[in-house]
Each structure stands twice: as structure tokens, then as C-alpha cells.
Design a protein around this ligand. Structure first.
Ligand code: ADP
Length: 542
């Protein structure tokens, strides 16, 4: 079965399944079917009626000609007075299967003088008989219509219809001159020739024709309906169904759905408009979704920034309180330690050189006390306030100064230092010696991490952050990197991974404090196995 036929059958099934009286398709089909039925019924009725009339007219014409011929031949014999011949002629003509009977009446008394059926002879017909009524008003002598010379009527016979044909026999001149004189006293019509023809053949033919016409009419109407339905289905109902289905899908959110109507008529235009509308809708929805996504991302970004800012604040606050506490402790310890070192030195001077043991003990006391002093100095540096007078400084100059200082130190002999200092770097307001201390801390940490062997890159540049201009200084080394778990603790005072006696854990915390007091910040980026980068940002002095 072809796809087309299948879809049409499915459509009809759907229609039947729905049983929807409100369905447009049902309404249209019923309306068109009724119209076709009424129109074709009228058409075929007219055809049948016209055919029947034509047939009857032909039959009447033929019988009229036949009756006239008969009259003519009988006339001749009447004039000759050959009544026997007339009777014989009538009997022999009535043998024809189309002739039911032939009578000749005498006018006006209605006595049958000649008849194809002998038993009718001499009988007198009634004034009210059909034969009389053909010409006269019922039971009177009044003639209905004198202009009509031949009269006929169709009657229902025993087995079929009968066409009764009456022809008046008019008295002529020859009637008096011929051998027969007994009509002398009469005028006008002297007799009636009446012939009954059976219409059985015609009726049979008409019946067959009616059946054929009806059959043809029904088939034609049915085919018309089918063709109309198919056309209707194809050009209206199917596109409408597709449109309805499309609208339903789109209303449920399926904006990718496209209505496939390829015709160029109104339905095609409607589908095209609908498809472009759906496309527009889809684009609008995508735009909205994108906006929503962007908004969501922006909110997430801002939330993350706020969270980081809060963390940073807490961290800074923690460092500040630790700094205050450390400064307090350092301040309290500084004086007794200075006393210890001073008095230890005095005692050392008093002990004779031969008392080696005491001298050695005192030297240990001095060494340890000086170490404590160093730590305390670091703590004091961590909390130290900036000097009241800040000056405009060029970061590149401070870096070059530090590099000059370290170039003779053995620690940096096997370390390659690469500089990438941006020319025309704007100045910043700050304390050069404090910043140099920060660089020193970072360089010593990098050298320590690389075991005094490797590469350090120092770069400066101008960057923008939150609309503000900063000078950024980058220190990147090729050391082992910092494990993730240490990253959050780097700037805490006393956090160190270095062995006891080597690290104090104050370098980064002190550096952090100095940078913060310059209005900047310090960040670290590190990957284990690849190296570490410290980024210091200081606000540009405009
Ligand atoms: P200290 O140097 O006395 O340990 P710091 O505060 O300067 O104290 O450093 C803290 C810790 O940070 C160090 O012990 C070290 O583990 C880590 N660190 C600092 N800089 C680096 C670096 N460039 N590479 C690897 N680790 C580093």
C-alpha cells in the first residue's frame, strides 16, 4: 500500500475514532457531500425526465404516422364500400405485437362498426368512456379543443401502459360521390379511428435507461465526493492539521518544530509565517537564556569576589592582630634580651682566657640571646609603622639597587637572574628601604627553595585592577613550588618549612605587612614541580 493511501486511511480512521461533530473536516465533508448529492440528484432527475419525454414524443409521433397510414388505407376501402376488407385489414394489423386493439366508432352514437377484436363489433361505448373524453367534456357533446385533429392518452393497461390514439374520420366530398351514400344526411365527423398501442417495449427500455442512469449517477456522485474529499483533505484539512499540531508542539515549548507545507497558497504562506514566528521566538528565548546565564555567571563571579574579599579581610585582620600581639611580646622581650646580651659580654670580658669552659658557655648564651634578638627585630619590623614621610619612588630603581646588593653574595652566584623591567614605569609613593627589604625576603626565599641554584625572573609592569592603576612586580623562580596545603598559611607569622635555626617564618608576614601599608597587596601562584611566582601590586602615584 502506498504511503499516500496509508496516510489517507489513517486520516479517515482518525476522523472515525474522534467521532467529533465539531471537527471542521467532518463539517466540510458533510456539506460538500450534501451539495454534490443534491446537485447531482437534480441533474440526473432532469436527464431521466427529459429522456422519458423524448422517448414518448418519438413513440407518439411514430404511432401517429402509423395510425394516419391506417386511416388512409381504410378510407380507400370505405369509399369502395368494401366493409369486409376493412374488417380483415384491422384483424390482420392487430396481429402486430405492439397493437393492442383497433376500433372504428360511428359518430356520434359510438357504435363500434369495425374492430380488430370481433367480439367488440356492434357494441356501443359509454359517453363517459375514455375514448369519448378524449374530445368531449365528460358526458356532454361539447368539444374540448377543435384545433387539435389527433387526440391521444396514456392509460395503465393490464401488463403495461397503453397509448390510446384517436383520429376523427371526417366526411369528405368523395363520400357522397362514391358508391356509398348512406352518410348524405350527416355533416362533419362521421366516425373515429381509435388505435391502442402497447408501451411495454418503451417502458422496458425506459426502465433499463433509468437503472443505467441511476447507477452511473450514484457512481459519479460517489467518485465526485471521494475526489472532493481527497482534494479537500490535501489542500485544507491536512495543512490545517499540520498547523494545529505545530501550534500545539510550539505551545508546549518545542520551538525546533517546523511545519512542512510546501505549497505556495494561503496555507503555505501561513505555515511560512508560523515557521518564521517560531524562529523569532526561539531566538528570543535563546537571547533570554543567554542573558539569564550571563547574569547567573556575573552573580557567581561577584559572589566569589565578595567571598574572597571577606576571606582576605579575615586573613588580614588575623595577621594584624597577630602582628599586634607579636609587637607587644617583642617589645617586652627586647629590653631584658638587650640586658642579657650586654651583661653576658661584660662577664665574658671578666673571665680569664684560661677558663675556657665558662667562656664557651657565655658565648652560647650570647649567641642564643642574639638569635632571640634577631627574631624580635623581625617581629618589630612586621608591626613597624611607615615613616611619616613617603617619597616618590621608581620601582625599577629599587629593584636595581637590591640586585646590586646581592650580586656579590655567594648565595646568588649560581642563580641566573633575568630582569624584564618595564620602561617609563610610573612612580609610587612609599618607603624604598622597606620595599627593598620585601624584595630581599622574596629573593632569599626563592634561593632557599632552589638550593641556591636555578633561575629567578624579575619583571615589572603597569596593570589595572578595579579601575585603579598599579605597578606590578613579579618574582618567579624555578624552585619545587609550594604544596597546596601551605598556600593559605604562607603569610602567617612564624610559618616556616625551613629547618630550625634557618627560618623564622617572619619574612613573608613582614613583607605582607609592608606591602599592605603601601596600599598594595601581595599574591602567590605556585605549582609543585614547576616553580613559584610572587606578585606585588602597589598603587600608582598620580
Ligand atoms: P622563612 O623564610 O623564615 O621560612 P617566610 O615567611 O619567608 O619564612 O617563608 C615562609 C615559608 O614559605 C617558607 O618556610 C617556605 O616554606 C615558603 N616559601 C616562601 N617562598 C618560597 C618559594 N619561593 N618557594 C617555595 N617555598 C617558599
Amino acid at each position: 500500500m502506498s504511503e499516500k493511501l496509508k496516510s489517507q486511511l489513517t486520516f479517515i480512521k482518525d476522523l472515525l475514532a474522534k467521532k467529533s461533530r465539531n471537527s471542521l473536516s467532518i463539517k466540510l465533508i458533510v456539506a460538500i457531500g450534501t451539495l454534490v448529492l443534491i446537485g447531482s440528484s437534480i441533474f440526473w432527475y432532469m436527464i431521466i425526465i427529459r429522456g422519458e419525454r423524448d422517448f414518448l414524443n418519438t413513440a407518439i409521433h411514430k404511432t401517429s404516422v402509423c395510425t394516419e397510414l391506417m386511416q388512409h388505407s381504410l378510407n380507400v376501402n370505405m369509399l369502395k364500400g368494401q366493409t369486409n376488407v376493412i374488417q380483415n385489414i384491422l384483424e390482420s394489423i392487430s396481429v402486430s405485437e405492439n397493437i393492442v386493439n383497433i376500433n372504428i366508432y360511428r359518430h356520434p352514437d359510438g357504435v363500434i362498426t369495425f374492430s380488430a377484436r370481433k367480439d367488440n363489433l356492434k357494441k356501443q361505448i359509454d359517453n363517459n368512456s375514455v375514448s369519448c373524453k378524449l374530445c368531449h367534456e365528460s358526458g356532454t357533446k361539447d368539444v374540448k379543443d377543435r384545433t387539435v385533429s389527433k387526440k391521444w392518452i396514456i392509460l395503465q393497461g393490464k401488463n403495461s401502459r397503453v397509448l390510446k390514439f384517436a383520429l376523427p374520420i371526417v366526411k369528405e366530398k368523395t363520400c357522397t360521390t362514391s358508391l356509398c351514400h348512406f352518410h348524405d344526411d350527416q355533416k362533419g365527423i362521421i366516425g373515429i379511428l381509435e388505435a391502442d398501442y402497447t408501451l411495454a417495449d418503451i417502458d422496458r427500455t425506459l426502465r433499463k435507461q433509468k437503472i443505467a442512469t441511476l447507477t452511473f449517477g450514484i457512481i459519479f456522485t460517489f467518485l465526485c465526493c471521494v475526489v472532493l474529499c481527497v482534494i479537500l483533505w490535501k489542500i485544507i484539512i491536512k495543512p490545517l492539521n499540520l498547523l494545529a499540531e505545530g501550534m500545539e508542539k510550539v505551545s508546549k515549548g518545542d520551538l525546533d518544530h517546523k511545519i512542512e507545507i510546501k505549497t505556495k497558497d494561503e496555507m503555505g504562506m501561513l505555515a511560512k509565517t508560523f515557521n518564521s514566528m517560531t524562529k523569532e521566538l526561539k531566538m528570543a528565548r535563546e537571547r533570554l537564556e543567554n542573558w539569564a546565564k550571563e547574569l547567573e555567571e556575573e552573580v557567581q563571579r561577584k559572589t566569589e569576589e565578595i567571598r574572597k574579599g571577606q576571606e582576605q579581610m579575615i586573613h588580614t585582620e588575623k595577621l594584624a592582630s597577630l602582628g599586634r600581639m607579636a609587637a607587644g611580646v617583642a617589645h617586652e622581650l627586647n629590653s631584658p634580651l638587650t640586658g642579657i646580651v650586654t651583661f653576658a659580654h661584660l662577664m665574658l670580658q671578666r673571665i680569664p682566657p684560661e677558663n675556657k669552659m665558662d667562656r664557651e658557655d657565655l658565648e652560647v648564651i650570647i649567641e642564643q640571646a642574639e638569635r632571640c634578638s634577631k627574631i624580635i627585630k623581625g617581629l618589630l619590623g612586621f608591626s613597624r609603622a611607615l615613616p611619616a614621610e613617603k617619597s616618590d619612588i621608581n620601582i625599577n630603581d629599587t629593584i636595581r639597587h637590591v640586585l646590586d646588593m646581592i650580586q656579590n653574595q655567594a648565595k646568588f652566584h649560581n642563580i641566573k637572574i633575568i630582569t624584564d623591567l618595564a620602561p617609563d614605569l610610573p612612580t609610587i609613593k612609599g618607603d624604598a628601604s622597606q620595599l627593598e627589604q620585601v624584595y630581599m625576603n622574596l629573593l632569599i626565599n626563592a634561593a632557599d627553595a632552589m638550593n641556591d641554584r636555578g633561575e629567578i625572573k624579575i619583571a615589572t609592569r603597569t596593570v589595572k585592577e578595579d579601575g585603579k592603576e598599579y605597578v606590578e612586580i613579579e618574582f618567579t623562580d624555578t624552585g619545587p613550588g609550594i604544596p597546596e596545603e601551605y598556600m593559605n598559611r604562607l603569610f602567617e607569622p612564624f610559618f616556616t618549612t625551613k629547618p630550625v635555626g634557618k627560618g623564622t617564618g617572619l619574612g613573608l608576614s613582614v613583607s605582607h605587612g609592608i606591602v599592605r601599608k603601601h596600599g598594595g597587596h601581595i599574591r602567590v601562584k605556585s605549582k609543585v614541580g614547576e616553580g613559584t611566582s610572587f606578585f606585588i601590586r602597589l598603587p600608582v602615584n598620580r
